[in-house]
Design a protein around this ligand. Sequence first.
Ligand SMILES: C[S@@+](CC[C@H](N)C(=O)[O-])C[C@H]1O[C@@H](n2cnc3c(N)ncnc32)[C@H](O)[C@@H]1O
Length: 389
Amino acid sequence: MEVLKMDNKGRGITYYNNKIVFINNALPSEDVDITLILDKKRYSIANVKNYIQKSKDRIKPKCPYFNNCGGCQLQHLSYKNQINYKFTTLKKEFNKIGIDIVNKIIFDKDFYYRNKLTLQVNNNIGLYSINSNDIVNIEKCIICDKLINEKIKYLKLIDTKKCQQIIIKSFNEQVMLVVIGDNDIILDQIIPYFDVVYVNSKKIKGDKLIANIGNIKYYISPNTFFQVNPYVTYKMYNHIKNLCINNNSKNVLDLYCGCGSISLFISKFVDYVYGIEINSQAIKDANDNKKLNKINNVSFECDDAGNITISNKFDTIIVDPPRSGLDKRIIKQILENKIANIIYVSCNPITLIRDLELLLNKYNIKDIQPFDMFPNTYHVECICHLILK
Ligand SMILES: C[S@@+](CC[C@H](N)C(=O)[O-])C[C@H]1O[C@@H](n2cnc3c(N)ncnc32)[C@H](O)[C@@H]1O
């Protein structure tokens, strides 16, 4: 089979009997024998059985688990080619709605960047394999930071029969372990190797970690969202800050604000920020973060962003929704209230483009800035700045 192109999930594409076939770990121009792993009416998914002809762009993946692990999809490309691939793919997606103003991707380091590792547990402790719920046993994960990697060896002290998932977070040389499993799991042997330990939501040792992005400090709890790549997050938050400064933002609404990370980062450069977030622990952290940084011109509220009433006192709305994109109720209200600036932070270009199609009725796109928040995976983060027509 000749691989014709790549899809937006980093898979090779070919056609067989008029049906699209997605091939894991296959690059354009490669000639491969395949094994079907899923055969549906309209598409199939395959693995490569044998490479007859390899692409000149193919490199040896640094990670020994790449061929089986579902965590990364692009380690068979150099980092330069990963960035080219993501840029071309994004441009094609935005072109579909007539947009041709995507900036070059901003990036930082390609390995040892992640501050969070989530491991699945059955008899093995590892990551889901490509296209299945089998677990690939891992002893290292080289996209995670070095301290996380140092701690993985201690996980074999955990009773896997009483555990379903393990999360390790690391910030400023401190490491948190979160074990999801039976409440009576005994962790005595492993506790000394971690600074903070939780079983489910129960605190076993320590309390929280403290992260910082630029000059702002943030408490990190076991079950709240925090950006996984601090190097690119710093660049991304600076970009948001600059958009606020350049557009003279004063009253800012930060929807899906998490632990207040963007609100606090931009607070010095605007008059006031209101943050809305559905996770009550994240709102508690946001209020603690406000105190920790001695910032007074922000307030936070726990609510479903779709439930709130957006007033026209805001000149700027920042939205940073999950992969599913914006709630339709929010889009309706933004359109009705004619807010001057929208800064849409998205980790999923597909839902971003879907939402932009509606917003473009009353807004023009001023700037689209992609960030490589997740090197070696197909994921990409984008900030889209829209201004009222
Ligand atoms: C991608 S994170 C962004 C967090 C934050 N802006 C940051 O940079 O760290 C999305 C956040 O939206 C929150 N969320 C999800 N659904 C929500 C909803 N319906 N209303 C408000 N917040 C929601 C999640 O809990 C999560 O904290």
